[in-house]
Design a binder for this molecule. Structure first.
Ligand code: NAG
Ligand code: NAG
Length: 395
């Protein structure tokens, strides 16, 4: 290039300097928050280290993910993310001082898809309304891992909507009355480490799809699940349940499966499952069961009942089971009766059952017309389930 005019040359230089100057000015408005790194490739802002004591109050434009790691942040304040409405993902990892999530902390995060806490040992209580007001438009996952939640207060998730997944692995976790109340749609709820379930934890929350408790220890009070009228699966596994109250499962309607799997069950009250309407399948599999010497304990109107591979303390009160198809062949006595099948136990030990006076003799099908009707209901549901299966195969 050849410049005929010196003025033009200097004009071009000035223009060039001006253009160069523009970029830093823009970047200044969009600077990465102090104490954070902004990764252009992943569109992720990471704020890391003990010197980070507060959350950033805004992010450069275009960044949609925020990770707070190894920080000294103590509190997620009300409305913390009000200037970050584009955020899709917030993760808190390894924050030992984090102890409080204030009410409406995540308010207005319309684009959010994931809120995750990992290894935040000081976060032991979730407070009322802390997850309210989010207004997410897409399915949102809220996950707590290696974070020892001890208590979830009532109305913690009040008016939360469109929750794809809520996973809470707590420690000695008490679920307060109304803790999962007023949630408008939750697809997968998974809770572990529970030691107490207060009554009415699900009030006004109908649209939960799968409810899963594991690695816990709790009694199931009456009507615990009574609001969950749209739940398709309720699964409780690897949990110690000293007692299941009568009507514990009442109120569940149109549920496909209730399953107790690999639990240590104490007493299952008579009629624990009796008032579940439209139950597809009741599965009681691979549990150890203290007391099941009345057929009413598993009595339900389920289309199909599977009671299999459970270990029981055998006694002659279980004679009723030999009249329910193969149930007494596929459930077993504990060590005290050397793991034999219930049918073989009954055959060997209970030939004089009719003369035996049992503490619970009024529940025994063999001595009570009412209970034998119940055992017929169980039998009937077996036959129905076969028909139902055949029908499905036919379809
Ligand atoms: C974060 O903290 C953990 C455990 O305290 C440590 O192992 C890790 O190196 C820390 N990471 C950074 C980037 O400081
Ligand atoms: C359940 O919903 C009703 C009607 O909206 C409301 O009056 C009641 O207070 C709610 N119950 C709870 C425990 O929030």
């Amino acid at each position: 290039m050849r410049f005929t005019n010196g003025t033009l040359f200097w004009n071009l230089i000035i223009l060039l300097l001006f253009l160069l100057h523009l970029r830093p000015t823009n970047a200044l408005r969009d600077t990465c928050p102090i104490g954070c790194q902004c990764d252009e490739d992943t569109q992720k802002v990471t704020c890391e280290g003990q010197q980070v004591v507060t959350l950033p109050d805004r992010l450069p434009s275009g960044y949609e993910q925020l990770l707070i790691r190894n920080s000294s942040v103590r509190t997620i304040e009300k409305n913390s993310f009000r200037k970050m409405e584009k955020l899709t993902q917030i993760e808190f990892e390894n924050n030992p001082n984090l102890g409080t999530i204030e009410k409406l902390a995540f308010k207005g995060l319309k684009k959010i898809r994931l809120i995750k806490f990992t290894a935040c040992p000081g976060l032991t209580e979730l407070q009322k309304n802390s997850f309210s007001g989010i207004q997410n438009q897409m399915g949102l996952k809220i996950i707590f891992e290696r974070t020892p939640i001890h208590r979830i207060d009532g109305h913690t998730f009040r008016h939360a909507q469109n929750i794809r997944e809520l996973t809470i692995s707590g420690e000695e976790l008490a679920l307060s009355r109304h803790c999962f109340a007023n949630i408008n749609q939750l697809d997968f709820l998974t809770v572990s480490g529970v030691v107490l379930i207060e009554p009415e934890i699900f009030t006004n929350s109908t649209r939960f799809h799968v409810v899963h408790f594991k690695n816990s220890q709790f009694d199931i009070p009456p009507n615990t699940f009574s609001s969950l009228s749209h739940t398709s699966h309720l699964l409780i596994e690897h949990t110690k349940i000293p007692s299941i109250a009568p009507d514990a499962f009442s109120g569940l309607t149109t549920i496909q499966v209730i399953e107790l799997h690999a639990c240590q069950l104490g007493t299952i009250s008579a009629r624990a499952f009796a008032n579940v309407e439209n139950l597809g399948e009741l599965k009681i599999l691979r549990n150890t069961i203290g007391d099941l010497d009345t057929s009413e304990s598993i009595m339900s109107r389920a289309l199909k009942t599977r009671v299999e591979e459970n270990t029981l303390e055998c006694n002659c009160g279980m004679k009723w089971m030999t009249s329910v198809e193969e149930m007494s062949d596929i459930n077993f006595c504990s060590t005290t009766a050397s793991f034999r099948s219930i049918r073989s136990f009954v055959k060997a030990k209970c030939s004089h059952i009719s003369k035996q006076v049992s503490r619970k003799s009024n529940h025994l099908p063999s001595t009570s017309g009412v209970s034998s009707t119940f055992s017929n209901v169980v039998l009937f549901s077996f036959i129905l389930s076969r028909v139902f299966d055949d029908f499905r195969i036919f379809l």
